[in-house]
Design a protein around this ligand. Sequence first.
Ligand code: GUN
Ligand code: FE
Length: 421
Amino acid sequence: MEYNFVLRGNVLYTPQCGALSVHPHSYLVCEGGQVAGIFEELPEAYRNFPVEDFGDKMILPGLVDLHVHAGQYAFRGLGMDQELLAWLEQNAFPEESRFADASYAVRAYPIFVDALRRSATTRACIFATLHRPATLQLMQLLEDAGMPCYVGKVNMDRNSPDTLRETTEESLAETRRWLEESRAFSQVRPILTPRFIPSCTDALMAGLGRLQQEFQVPAQSHLSENLSEIDWVQSLCPDTRFYGEAYDRVGLFGGACPTIMAHCVWSGPEERALLKENGVFIAHCPQSNMNVSSGIAPIKQYLREGQRVGLGSDVAGGAHLSIYRAMTDAIQCSKLRWRLVDQDTPALTLPEALYMATKGGGAFFGKVGSFEPGYAFDAVVVDDSDLPTTRTCTLEERLERFVYLSDGQPFAKYAAGRRLF
Ligand code: GUN
Ligand code: FE
């Protein structure tokens, strides 16, 4: 009975891309950790469930961060004047090297997990670093916080400093051991995480493909983010026609193996066709794409062509953990794309951005990110009373103001039917 309860408030969610469903002063029922329905009057069947009345507050699906680097949280908001490859060398790699020392992880990861716990994000797909003990510490903290996340031990065996590189054999052996040790967790799950093609030899990629077959785990990586990176991949893999093929030829590009590829700013027609055919999830990280000068991904087109798209903070390429902020960044940079690049494709709308932030990314986790019956009960209760205005706003307008103006911290938060605060 622990996960049987009812919330009352103004319920909003996006059942389809672009459609906002609005239920003023309604009952949202959680039965066994799943959504049972939204009702104007509470049905007889649920009369014995405890009801929490949140008055005039809004209740929204929990947000999904499809791409974030926990090992970069310490330098968010720093190093923002560089382009991707220099930024990686001068900021990301030195910071991530510090996690070789498990006592550093004990200091650093609680700060990240506490911020994520207090945010409106209920689920995330997280890059740790290549260090197995530190990665397990991060997983334990997330498990204790009640956050059902995917976490990846990163793989890197080339093109990085000695302090952040494994041999191919070490990388595969440590990954195997980590996958076995990850069985100890019930909510937090492992995800294979080759950093990107420049960091991983062909032998490592092939070995990870075999581990994926054996352990049946999903995968995450970076794809077609930045023009210099794409040129580099082409010179490292001269026998591929496009970047995504370097993942696909080892089986790490969707299909049987659910996969997230972050960015896809510059994916060409063949890559896009394969992304779609294999059902790869695209993690759109607009703030990072601006900060490290990668470009503006054609997200409206991706939605129109039926790609699976979610949003990512990509901290610390992105400075902000808030996925409300990722929503506004996605909308704003889609307007610049329309103005500067492609006048045939209009900008993203707020309901489209909310869809990507909830049901779009949530689909990677299964039935997540909607209030349709049978979906996991992931919800945030948000209070916009501290954003006063003389205007009388509709619920759609209150949602828009909240997304643009709030610090993103909810009043109450539930993941998989469990109240986190
Ligand atoms: N490509 C490879 N590693 C990274 C990273 O840490 N951040 C971003 N934005 N792109 C990457
Ligand atoms: Fe990233």
